[in-house]
Every structure is written in C-alpha cells, then in structure tokens.
Design a protein. Sequence first.
Length: 446
Amino acid sequence: MAPHQPTTPQSATKSSSPSSEQPIALTLGVLGVGGIGKEFLFQLTESHVLEGKIAIAFIANSRKEIRFKTPFVPSEHNRELLETLFDGTNDLAIWAKNLYEVLHVELDIVTCSSLLERQRIVLDDVSPSLSDDSNNQDISDALTKESLGAGNTITTKPWKKGRYCIVDMTSSDEIAELYHVFLALGVHIVTPNKKCNSGPTARDQKCRGLSSMSWSTASWFYEATIGAGLPIISTLRNLTSSGDEVYQIKGVFSGTMSYLFNTFDGSTPFSEVVKTAKKLGYTEPDAREDLNGQDVARKVVIAARESGWLDASIEKTSIESLVPEELRACSSEEFDDKFGKLYDTVIAQKFADAKKRGNVLRFCGSADLRTKELKVELMEFPMSHAFANLQGSQNVVEIESKRYNPTDSCCLTISGPGAGAAVTAGGVLGDVAKLVARLGDVEVLV
Ligand SMILES: NC(=O)C1=CN([C@@H]2O[C@H](COP(=O)(O)OP(=O)(O)OC[C@H]3O[C@@H](n4cnc5c(N)ncnc54)[C@H](OP(=O)(O)O)[C@@H]3O)[C@@H](O)[C@H]2O)C=CC1
Ligand SMILES: N[C@@H](CC=O)C(=O)O
C-alpha cells in the first residue's frame, strides 16, 4: 500500500501506555474527530468505569491517521496531559507530535489524499492481509456469508476477532459502505452516523443480518443516530423484542430545527440563528442537511426500521425542505452568503402568521406503520401542545403502540437534548460500554 508516509521518528523511547498490564476488553479504531469525535475522546479519558478496558489502535480524520504501534490505553495517569494535547486543535499531525514527544507513545502518522485511499487504510488497519487485494469491491464480494461459511473465522491482525471495534464518528457514506466488510470480519461498529441505517435498504439489511446471525460475532450499535444520547432506539427495540406492536412514531427529531424554532422570535434574522446553531455544534457538517429535512427524514426512517418496517426509506418519505431551490446544489460558502437574503423574510412571515393564530412553528417527523406514511414537515401547534413547549435543542418523540396508546393510557414519550457534543458523544460511549459489558471482562488482546 502506497499511502503510508511516516512523518514521525520510528523508534520512540518508550510507550507510556500501561496496556500490557491491563485486561483490555475492546480495541477501538476511531474514525472522525470533529465535534463529536473529539468529545468522545475527552469522555473516554474521563471515564473511570471504562478506564483500562479500552485501547485505541488508530484515530483518523479524512486526511490523516494516527496509528499506534501498540494500542494506546487512555488512563488516569495520562488523562490531564491528553486533555491538554487534544484541546484547541483538530490537527492530527500536532496531536501525533505531542503524543510522541510528551507521552513517548510509539506511532506512525499516515496521510491519505482520497476516499479510496482512506478506505484502503482503514481496511489495512482492520485486516492487513485483506486490503492487499487490488480492488475494494473484490474484498466486499469475497466477504459474503457464503464465502465465509458457517463457523469459518478470519483472524484479524493484530487484534483477536470479536475484540475490535470501529467507532465511526464521520457522516461519510463511503465509510458506511464498508460496514458490511467490518461486520463480516467480526469487527464491531458503534456509530452516530445515520448513513447506513437510513440508507439503501439492501445495504442496511445486509448489515443487520451480519450483526445478528449466529455465525457472526460482530455487533452494530447506533443509539446516537436518533436523539443523540436519548434512549430512543433501545426503547423501540425493547418494545418490539417483547412483542409490542409499534403503530406510530412522531415528534421533533432534530436538535438543530428544535433550537431554531424555539429561539427564533422575529427579532434576529433566522439565518443568524442558524449560524448560532452551527457554532453550538448542533448542525450536520453541512447545515443544509438539517434545513432540507434530510436529517429528520433519516431519523424517521431509522425509527420505522427499528419498529419492524424494514423497507422504510428516504425515497418513500414526503419531505418539506426549507432550503430555497437555487441554494440546494451550491457551495456551502455561497449558501451561507445567500440563505438569509432569500429566506429570512419568508420564515419571518410564516412565524408572524402562526403567531396571529396563537400558534408556534415546529419542524416535525412522523412514521405511521399502519398507513405506511413517512412525513417531514413544518407544522403549527397551539401553546397547549407538548411539541410547543420545548427549549434549546430539545427533542420530543412520541411512540404509539399496542401497549402505549392514547385510548387506553397514553403514548410513550421520550424527551431531552437531542444534539450537541456532550450528549451525542455520551450516547456513543454508552454504546461502547454496552459492547464491553456484552463481551465481558475476559482478559485478551494486546
Ligand atoms: N452534532 C450532533 O449533535 C450530532 C451528530 N451526529 C452525527 O455524528 C457524526 C459526526 O458529527 P460532527 O462531529 O458534528 O461532524 P464534524 O463535521 O464536526 O466531524 C466529522 C469528522 O469526520 C471526519 N471525516 C469525514 N469523512 C471522513 C472519512 N471518509 N474518513 C475519516 N474521517 C472522515 C472529518 O474529518 P475532516 O476534518 O478531515 O473533514 C471530521 O473529523 C455525524 O454523522 C452526525 O450526523 C449524531 C447525533 C448528534
Ligand atoms: N444535526 C442533527 C444532529 C443530531 O443528529 C440535529 O440537529 O439533530
């Protein structure tokens, strides 16, 4: 493989990682160190409960990767130092330099310049022998259930099968495209990235199959794909796995859209409120993904699939977009420049009209499993309605089922902050903790 370009000295003095003495439960490959990924690493270094159980094999953004020669164990004695090193910069080359010079951690820094290269580097980390293949498609095709065969094992190097987990904190579809390869290799996935579980149904079902079949040891956890750290997916799973029947899920699924309509009162231009939501870390990497309803549509599709409607899809969803037609395909700079000019007065008028009727605006999503309808739309609610009384980035999700229904009792309602680094990274770390608990504290690895 060509892309390996070590820019750090190869022979470090010593590793400060106490890994060789620790009963490591899980080794992580961390993809994406933006708002969520960085907070995830902070929380991991702060977690007393997980301390000493987790090692990190690599940390990557879209351009670079820090590859630890011995999986690195964030621990009590390097926590303060790590927080200082990670603070204030997203530049992996600087992290690598500090980790090497200050903590004497042995590592390589690998540079990649294309998505394909990124895929190859990740596959190389997960299983070096497989990524020597000339074509990723060959690799994917080779890893079908048939070719693996029941009971067959592939030994991932240098980690033992079942003890390695990719934490995907990107929003990349190309990384989602690799999930079935990871799962087929027995590599677990934990992610807040919605691209796979809301994406093409065939791909989603392949991954669901791979993570639930008895011959596969790999798990796929994605609680943070709806409501950030709120227990929405686990609740839907509890209902369906215990025989309840989900009829409908509806609510305010977007932290960004909730913040926008809870905050906008006509005094500050709407486009300025969007910029604040971005600064607060609520928006998708491209805020248009929130404003055009795609992010809510993904969550509605995920909720529907978790409730048993497996071929629910974005294509079947009726979506109202708040992004003007002429700004849908332009650069993000052009969008930032023109959105206010084109849309501020439009939304101010909608707000004023709703107010005259004694109502507020809320951007909602719904999945009706009886009528097979999926909707994302801007709606009006009177102040007496639960959806009207939200604050900040608060989400509210109402689940109507055979057991929880408005006739006999009332819906099951889950509510709380639905976006932002702390709660989302917490949700991701919660999934990692679940995985560690599932695997048990068996002493393996490193
Ligand atoms: N923000 C929130 O409140 C919530 C976010 N999420 C989800 O969490 C994920 C991350 O969001 P957030 O941290 O805000 O996004 P950011 O844009 O802040 O960070 C994304 C990170 O992913 C990296 N990346 C992108 N493509 C690749 C790739 N192909 N390979 C490796 N790394 C890549 C980026 O690298 P680079 O800098 O080089 O581009 C960057 O480090 C998204 O899927 C989002 O939908 C889910 C729930 C809530
Ligand atoms: N952009 C999303 C982030 C979480 O999924 C939102 O605002 O809800």
